[in-house]
Design a protein around this ligand. Sequence first.
Ligand SMILES: O=C(O)CCC(=O)C(=O)O
Length: 288
Amino acid sequence: MHASTPAREGHPLRFSTIDAADLADHADTIEAIYDARHTGIVVRGAFPAERTAATVARLGAADLADQWAAPNAGMTGGEIRTIGDAATPTFTALRGPSIERYGDNVAQHARRAAAVFGDADGPTPAVQGLLGGLFGGRPAAPPVFDDGFTWAPYNLRALDPGQQIYSHHDNHFGLEVYKRMPTDLDRTTILSWFITLQAPDAGGELVVYGLWGSDPNLPMLPTRFIDTAALEAHFAKEIIDLRAGDLVVFDAGRHVHRVAPIQGARPRLTMGGFLTIDTARTRLAFWS
Ligand SMILES: O=C(O)CCC(=O)C(=O)O
């Protein structure tokens, strides 16, 4: 469940938790997040248990071992494993993937999805229904590059015991790869979405702070990482505890957030990416 600390500094945090069956009652959620009237939503049971269990079993299979990459190799405590790239800065590519590298990632997506899910579409239609459902049922699809190929819809992520995702925000539109994103897409913020496939034994919660990346008082360490101890001491926060099958969508472009260290023996497994909407609010674009 959520625990918030409203007496602290910062922007208000407004999260809701719903059941997947009630998605239609929350069709204005994405617009509310864009307008900063809402921070995020947890959709319980977005993926059925059979789908998450089958995916978790495949992700642990020996024949997939060489599909996993280590984009944060060398980042002590922050070494995530991924299948498929994300259009984000990583420890091995601080300015994000080059356009050529991302294009190569796109070219490999269908083969990787077939290896994990048994077919090239995998869960993409289900994700389209879920994200579109939170946007009034309008179309939801990966954006198309200017030369015609589409962005990858999601990637798969594993955080092993002891690892975490350090405090950050996801306003990545300044990266080179985004020069190729359609110009009618709204860049005022970027939303993160992910589905938990396997929760860890303990830890691994998503922690969202009442601090925006654009605020003037961002507490930074000399290493240029955000100072999580200062966030914990001063800012409002919401702790989002996610179970297998839950979808979360939240304002990751504005709000500083992190994933707490994984405790116990089980890796935390998620799949997800980012999303935005066009400025006319007629369609939703999601990608990894
Ligand atoms: O746990 C994940 O898959 C990603 C968490 C995160 O930092 C994000 O969604 O922006």
